[in-house]
Design a protein around this ligand. Structure first.
Ligand code: ATP
Ligand code: MG
Length: 566
């Protein structure tokens, strides 16, 4: 490819709204352009890398026995109604209607769609197991689109769905995908960890997330040094217990202006851990008070799972709602609430005795509150966010790291086959629901993760197998005939050898060309400059900064050797 004929709009300046390296570099290197919040177009260089990633995903999925299909990005409302997810997905789903008022959505994922497809077609155990996948654009109206294609509202995802006759067969299919994902992310040259994930809106039993390690990642994972435990911070169990103390009589105390846990603990001269945080929530329109130890944070995902609601159905109460349950903002607690307020407490609160909590009256708290003596409520085993200093279930200290979720696999069980009545006939002619799994890879997000892990201050450092072009030949000064001629000759030789080579034949200053090739991160390069008349060129690599003079023939041979060895 001749750069003079290519479309490569590089930017020197760092775009103002791009916070992290991958977002900045994908814009600057002319891979992507933003058209609206979280919505991107892919320019030639960007599309080329995406296609390489897709190809790796495709090869490993095929090798694992999955079959590629392509479903529509538009999905009918009815199937989502049947599974109950039309509402559960909530505001994240792009919903639309056709001219006759029929409801559709732009698919955020496709469990229902694939189940519906198979339901009409697969009727016998003899047709199983089956694993179907697609590489398809997905749509999610994310609350906070950010970091470029990392958290976009339109993105490419590979999604696969397995259909099996039994839980054992489902788990086998899951293991095959688990192994295929290791191959995929190894080939994508990512540094990643596999962690236990939250089943979330998928609603299944077991799940794993593949997290590309990055300081700028939105995800937090915890793990033990020996690798025996690894989970997302949302999923990680918080396992500590507190010692019960002797109960003392409930006592109301004046705590003027002390609203936050910090203020109350300081005013009363107690530890934060001796107080209980009451979090005033409206859950699917009903008042709920969640109680956790004062020194901890609430994990809303665990609360949503305990209450069996979707996360987006949990909201903070406003002042009026706090007052209407007979309380006062900043001073809520579980004792003597008016009306029907559902109280849910973390196990640690149930174990604690004599804790401080709001008295539902301005400027007052209770000392020595105890459960169940002073109030009623439902005990949840664990409602807490994991934090530094916590241990894994086996007692080992947890380490923390940040990362980008690039893949997620789920054992779905019979959730979708049951809700959509998708059955097959087993060996005995008996109707059974499919046992399912679903498996996602964020294709465009993986590209961002690769850039995030592979860059320096000058630009991207593409791994050889993912680079948009493995080699660039730079004609330093196109006005010099001998440079152009030698550059062309080398270019032709590499093309003839089947190499996807880029020729920088632009009539630009040498500095511009060198900056661009650093920015777009081409791994191998040949510069044809002053010594072109002597048949001498410069061979260099982007990553190690190796830089040597070779004859044109030696340079070509060297490139071919490196590519072959790869
Ligand atoms: P997240 O927790 O980051 O919002 P998710 O768990 O909702 O992601 P899944 O439903 O598991 O996402 O989707 C499968 C994969 O699709 C994810 O592992 C991720 O790589 C990718 N993905 C999900 N949401 C986005 C997005 N908004 N932009 C780009 N890729 C995404
Ligand atoms: Mg996920």
């Amino acid at each position: 490819m001749r750069l003079s004929k290519y479309y490569l709009p590089t930017l020197r300046e760092v775009p103002a709204d791009a916070e992290i390296a991958s977002h900045q570099l994908m814009l600057r290197s002319g891979m992507i352009r933003r058209s609206a919040s979280g919505i991107y177009s892919y320019l030639p260089l960007g599309l080329k890398v995406i296609q390489k990633v897709e190809q790796i995903v495709r090869e490993e999925m095929n090798r694992a026995g999955a079959l590629e299909i392509l479903m529509s990005a538009i999905q009918p409302q009815e199937i989502w109604e049947e599974s109950g997810r039309w509402d559960v997905y909530g505001p994240e789903m792009f919903k639309l209607q056709d001219r006759n008022g029929r409801g559709f959505c732009l698919g955020p994922t496709a469990e229902e769609y694939f189940t519906g497809l198979v339901k009409g077609e697969v009727s016998s155990y003899k047709q199983l197991p089956l694993n179907l996948y697609q590489i398809q654009t997905k749509y999610r109206d994310e609350k906070r689109p950010r970091f470029g294609v990392n958290r976009a509202r339109e993105f490419s995802m590979k999604d696969a769905y397995s259909f099996d006759v039994s839980p054992e067969a489902m788990m086998e299919a899951y293991q095959v995908m688990y192994d295929a994902y290791i191959k995929i992310f190894d080939r994508l040259k990512l540094k990643y960890r596999i962690v236990q994930g939250d089943a979330g809106a998928m609603g299944g039993n077991s799940s794993h997330e593949f997290i590309a390690l990055a300081e700028t990642g939105e995800g937090v994972i915890v793990y033990t040094e020996d690798g025996s435990y690894a989970a997302t911070d949302e999923k990680a169990e918080v396992v500590y217990s507190v010692e019960a103390r002797d109960e003392a009589p409930l006592e109301k105390v004046h705590t003027p202006g002390a609203k936050t846990i910090e203020e109350v603990a300081a005013f009363l001269g107690v530890e934060k851990a001796d107080t209980v945080k009451a979090i005033d929530l409206m859950v699917a329109g009903e008042p709920v008070l969640a109680l956790i130890p004062g020194d901890r944070e609430l994990n809303e995902i665990k609360l949503a799972a305990f209450l069996e609601v979707a996360e987006h159905e949990i909201a903070m109460m406003d002042e009026a709602q706090v007052l209407s349950m007979g309380s006062h903002p900043g001073f809520t607690g579980p004792v003597n609430l008016k009306g029907d307020v559902r109280i849910v407490l973390d196990r640690r609160v149930a174990e604690m005795k004599n804790f401080v909590t709001g008295a539902n009256e301005a400027d007052y708290h209770y000392l020595h509150t105890s459960y169940p003596r002073d109030f009623e409520g439902e005990v949840a085993e664990d409602l807490l966010m994991v934090e530094e200093g916590d241990t894994a279930p086996d007692g080992a200290l947890l380490e923390f790291a940040r990362g980008i979720e690039v893949g997620n696999i789920f054992q779905l069980g019979q959730k979708y086959s049951k809700s959509l009545h998708a059955t097959f006939l087993d060996e005995n002619g008996k109707e059974q629901f499919f046992w399912m799994g679903s498996y996602g890879v964020g294709v465009t997000r993986s590209v961002a993760a690769i850039v995030e892990q592979n860059h320096d201050e000058d630009g991207i450092l593409w791994p050889l197998n993912l680079a948009p072009f493995p080699v660039v030949v730079t004609v330093v000064n196109t006005k010099k005939e001998e440079q152009t001629a030698l550059g062309e000759a080398i270019y032709q030789k590499l093309l003839d050898a089947g190499v996807d080579v880029l020729l920088d034949d632009r009539n630009e200053r040498a500095g511009v060309k060198f900056k661009d090739r650093d920015l777009i991160g081409i791994p191998l390069r040949i510069s044809v400059g002053k010594k072109a008349g002597e048949n001498i060129v410069e061979y260099s690599t982007r990553r190690k900064g190796e830089n040597i003079e070779l004859t044109a023939e030696e340079a070509v041979a060297r490139v071919l050797r490196v590519l072959e060895a790869h």
